[in-house]
Write a protein that binds this ligand. Structure first.
Ligand code: SF4
Length: 152
């Protein structure tokens, strides 16, 4: 089974109430090969919500208590991001996920690049919080960009 980001299958769960539909990934759901999950909703957020970025590092650093996830208004939401990561890990284990395809650039789901914490659309290399926890537990995580490039 494959676990995928809910926004990639067309669910309007992003912070601003939009989706990030990727037709190849939605097809996985239609073919019963994938299950959709949104770490931020699992962490306790609702939609819409404030945009958030990782300040002081990436998801690995958040898990190591060396960085924080902060909303644009300044609220520290690190605990909710970590909760969402653990809930997603639980689901990945429950469904026996062999691969997880998550939305690039998200502070939860990014797997190559994330925003740098300045809320200026600047990206840095790094993992989101959920991706970091999944990888730490030996689960392969790729972005929708890599998935679309490699699976036809
Ligand atoms: S990127 Fe991840 S956390 Fe953000 S809306 Fe999509 S599934 Fe949810």
């Amino acid at each position: 089974m494959i676990l995928v980001s809910s926004c990639l299958v067309g669910l309007k769960v992003r912070y601003n109430g939009t989706h990030s539909l990727n037709n190849k990934i939605r097809k996985l759901i239609e073919d019963n090969k994938a299950i959709a999950v949104c770490p931020e909703l699992l962490g306790g957020f609702s939609t819409p919500r404030e945009p958030a970025e990782i300040i002081g590092g990436d998801g690995e650093d958040v898990l190591n208590s060396k960085a924080k996830v902060i909303e644009i208004s300044g609220k520290d939401v690190t605990k909710l991001y970590i909760k969402g990561a653990y809930e997603t890990l639980k689901q990945a284990i429950e469904v026996g996920a062999t691969i997880v395809v998550l939305k690039e650039y998200s502070p939860s789901c990014g797997s190559s690049m994330i925003y740098n914490g300045e809320f200026k659309s600047k990206k840095i290399i790094g993992n989101g919080v959920t991706t970091a926890l999944l990888k730490r537990n030996g689960i392969q995580v790729i972005s929708e960009e890599l998935f679309s490039d490699n699976i036809h």
